[in-house]
Design a protein around this ligand. Structure first.
Ligand SMILES: C[S@@+](CC[C@H](N)C(=O)[O-])C[C@H]1O[C@@H](n2cnc3c(N)ncnc32)[C@H](O)[C@@H]1O
Length: 382
C-alpha cells in the first residue's frame, strides 16, 4: 500500500500510550496498521472508526487519477467510438489507438465512475458519458478535456498552481515558461489546431460592446489585440460605414484575414505586437479584454502605444470583462476565483485602477457604461 500522508495522533494520545503516528499510517486509500502487535486503545479505535469517511472525502478531493482517466478517454475518443457502435471490448481494442490491457483497465474505471455501463459484454454511455461525445457537445467541454487540443493543453497548466501561488505569476508562465499568448504564438501548434481553438472561443457580452458605445459616429476603429476579428465582424455588420483594422499576433491574424475577407473594402488585418508602435490614423483604439492579462506596467505600455497612435484629441476605448461575475460558480465560488487569479494578472481590475493607469499616460476620462460583466470606458487623448 503506498503511503502518501501521515497523520499524527499524538495530540489525542491517551494516558501515555503508544505514539499513534508511528503505529498507524494513513494513506489516501486506506488506513494501514503498520505494527500488528500494537492494538489501538478504545479511544484510538473510535477515532479510527470515524476516519474512513474523512479519508474517502480527502481521497476524492485530492485524486488525480479520475480527472486524467476522463481526459485520456476523451482524447482517445472512447465515448465517440461507443456512440458510433463500437460496443464490445474487441471492437474498441480495434478502433482505439491504445494498449489493449491498459484500455481494458481504463474502461473498467469509466464503468466504476458511471460514465459507462457494461451490460452483457457491451459498453453503453450513461447520461453523463453521453455529454462526452463530441457531436453532442455544444459548449466546448470535450475540446477542453482533449489532451491533444490547444484548449486541453492550456487546461493542464493548472498543475503549476504552486508556481502561481509562490510567485504571483500565471500558471501558464510556470507550465510553458512564457505567457499564454507568447506560447500560442510560438509555433507549437498547427494552423488547424489554432483554428479549432479560436472557433471554440467566444467573446462574452459582445452585444453590449456593439450597442453600448456610439460606433455610428466613428470612422475607423483599430481593434488592438482583436484576435480573429469576432468583435470587428460584429461592428462592421452593424455599422455599415465603419472601417476597421485588426491587430494581433501571427497565430490569430491568418484566421482573422479569412474570417474578415468579405469586409476587405473596409477592413485590414495587421500582424504585430501591441508592445510595438501602433499604426496611426484610427479614430478609436479599442482594447477589448486586453488589459486584464497584464500587470500594471505592461498595461500602461499598451495604453501609451494607443495614445501615441491616436494622437492629440484621438480616442481610446477600454472594454474590460469582469470575469468573476461571468464565471460565477455558486457551488464553488472560491475555486473560480483562484483559477482566474492564477490564470491572468488582473481578472477583475477595478474601474478606478484602469482610470488611474489611463490618466498616467495622458488620457482624459469621457464616459463609462457597464453591464454585469463588461465595462466600456471612453477616453480622449489630452
Ligand atoms: C483575451 S484575448 C481578447 C481578444 C478580443 N479583443 C476580445 O475581446 O475577445 C487577448 C488578445 O490579445 C492578443 N495579444 C496578446 N499579446 C499580444 C501582443 N503582444 N500583441 C498583440 N496582440 C496580443 C492575443 O493574441 C488575444 O487575441
Amino acid at each position: 500500500m503506498s503511503i502518501q500522508t501521515e497523520i499524527s495522533f499524538s495530540n489525542m494520545k491517551p494516558g501515555g500510550l503508544h505514539d499513534y503516528s508511528s503505529t498507524y499510517r494513513i494513506s489516501t486509500f486506506c488506513v494501514d496498521q503498520v505494527d500488528e502487535n500494537v492494538p489501538p486503545s478504545p479511544e484510538q479505535a473510535r477515532a479510527l472508526a470515524a476516519l474512513p469517511q474523512d479519508i474517502a472525502t480527502l481521497s476524492s478531493l485530492t485524486d488525480l487519477v479520475t480527472p486524467m482517466a476522463l481526459r485520456v478517454a476523451v482524447t482517445l475518443r472512447i465515448f465517440d467510438f461507443i456512440d458510433s457502435g463500437h460496443r464490445t471490448l474487441p471492437s474498441l481494442i480495434d478502433a482505439v489507438d491504445a494498449h489493449a490491457q491498459m484500455l481494458e483497465k481504463l474502461l473498467d474505471h469509466l464503468c466504476f465512475i458511471d460514465v459507462l455501463r457494461l451490460t452483457d459484454d457491451r459498453y453503453e454511455l450513461t447520461t453523463v458519458g453521453s455529454l462526452l461525445v463530441r457531436k453532442n457537445d455544444a459548449i466546448g467541454t470535450t475540446a477542453a478535456l482533449d489532451l491533444a487540443s490547444v484548449a486541453g493543453k492550456l487546461e493542464m497548466a493548472v498543475t503549476e498552481l504552486l508556481h502561481a501561488v509562490r510567485t504571483g505569476e500565471t500558471v501558464c508562465q510556470g507550465f510553458f515558461g512564457e505567457d499564454v499568448w507568447r506560447h500560442l504564438n510560438s509555433g507549437s501548434y498547427t494552423d488547424a489546431d489554432m483554428e479549432v481553438f479560436a472557433t471554440g472561443s467566444r467573446v462574452p457580452d459582445l452585444d453590449f460592446l456593439v450597442e453600448g458605445f456610439d460606433w455610428a459616429n466613428v470612422g475607423h476603429v483599430v481593434d488592438v489585440g482583436g484576435n480573429t476579428g469576432t468583435v470587428v465582424q460584429a461592428l462592421l455588420d452593424r455599422y455599415v460605414t465603419l472601417h476597421a483594422t485588426v491587430i494581433d499576433l501571427q497565430c490569430f491574424t491568418g484566421l482573422a484575414r479569412q474570417l474578415l475577407a468579405r469586409f476587405s473594402a473596409r477592413c485590414k488585418v495587421r500582424t504585430q505586437s501591441f508592445f510595438d508602435p501602433l499604426p496611426e490614423g484610427g479614430d478609436v483604439y479599442l482594447l477589448s479584454a486586453i488589459l486584464s492579462d497584464w500587470p500594471a506596467q505592461d498595461a500602461s505600455r499598451i495604453l501609451r502605444n494607443c495614445v501615441h497612435a491616436a494622437g492629440s484629441g484621438g480616442r481610446v476605448v477600454v472594454s474590460e470583462l469582469h470575469l468573476n461575475g461571468y464565471f460565477l460558480d455558486p457551488a464553488q465560488p472560491t475555486r473560480t476565483d483562484l483559477l482566474l487569479a492564477a490564470s491572468m494578472h488582473a481578472p477583475d481590475r477595478p474601474i478606478e485602477e484602469i482610470m488611474e493607469l489611463a490618466d498616467a499616460v495622458g488620457l482624459k476620462h469621457v464616459a463609462t457604461t457597464k453591464s454585469r460583466i463588461r465595462s466600456i470606458l471612453e477616453f480622449r487623448c489630452r
